[in-house]
Design a protein. Structure first.
Length: 164
């Protein structure tokens, strides 16, 4: 005799369970707030309103992960265009943001939009009491994806080639 047990499905709540809030774990840095200025708007801080992540924030974090040794350079291969990958590989080879103490974090981001589909940005990178500067350029391709086309880190520039 084959018996089939039917059980009413338990109703699922429409929200996720609350995330863990452990005061003993280190919290990161304070959230970044965009600089107010002409043509820039501040995000809504109302609860329940999802804020879209800007490409400048996303790429600053990605570039920091590579330059600090947390991610390999090839992780950025599909997110770069032109010679930016070569520049990033050259910078990451030196390991300029690798630290023994505090993990580097993006403290502030500023940007300028020279034309539609292009963003020139800078980020202040802090690791302990040291502060570094990183500049990068993003361009939007025909597939509407943002790609990094140039990256520089504060300090001396690398060798220039004839096609510069």
């Amino acid at each position: 005799m084959n018996k089939v047990m039917n059980r009413a499905a338990a109703p699922r709540p429409g929200t996720r369970p609350p995330s863990r809030r452990d005061p003993r774990r280190p919290g990161g840095t304070t959230p970044r707030t965009p600089a107010a200025g002409p043509g820039r708007t501040t995000p809504s801080t109302a609860p329940g309103v999802a804020r879209a992540i800007r490409p400048t924030d996303l790429f600053a974090d990605r570039l920091l992960a590579v330059l600090s040794g947390q991610r390999p350079v090839h992780w950025m291969l599909r997110h770069t265009a032109g010679r930016a990958y070569d520049e990033l590989a050259r910078l990451a080879e030196r390991g300029p943001l690798r630290t023994r103490g505090a993990r580097p974090v993006v403290r502030d981001i500023g940007y300028y939009v020279p034309r539609t589909g292009a963003i020139e940005a800078f980020a202040r990178i802090g690791a302990g009491d040291r502060l570094r500067a990183m500049a990068f350029r993003l361009e939007q391709g025909p597939d509407l994806r943002w790609r990094c086309t140039a990256v520089e880190l504060g300090g001396p520039r690398g060798p220039r080639t004839d096609d510069d």
